[in-house]
Design a protein around this ligand. Structure first.
Ligand code: SF4
Length: 108
């Protein structure tokens, strides 16, 4: 989990800063790859840390790190599978962390 200071430091570089927050919480349910919020996220320099933040905080609504809630659930599932597989193979160390599969989760 990120501290308040860590959170503030990456959010200052967010590409969505100053945009309409409503874009990131689409009421029409549009979470396609062409969603305007996802297009903004594509060019965001803090995309990965934003996604990590949403995953670690268990945020269930909106688009974070270019991924909608359903995509984040898939990512979490894949991360759990990676961790489980590594544990079973005896290769998991405390310093190991599952990798974030950015951008490969497919359209909603
Ligand atoms: S990845 Fe998207 S939601 Fe996250 S800070 Fe960047 S523009 Fe905002």
């Amino acid at each position: 989990m990120l501290s308040q200071a860590d959170r503030a430091s990456w959010m200052k570089d967010a590409a969505c800063k100053g945009t309409d927050p409503g874009l990131f919480f689409p009421e029409n349910g549009d979470t396609s790859a062409t969603n305007p919020a996802k297009m903004i996220c594509q060019g965001c320099v803090v995309r990965e840390v934003c996604l990590e933040y949403a995953l670690s905080e268990g945020i269930e609504d909106g688009i974070w790190g270019g991924e909608c809630a359903r995509e984040r659930r898939r990512i979490k599932g894949r991360m759990r599978q990676q961790t489980h597989s590594r544990m079973l193979s005896g290769g998991l160390q405390s310093r190991d962390a599952p990798t974030l599969p950015l951008g490969g989760s497919g359209a909603a």
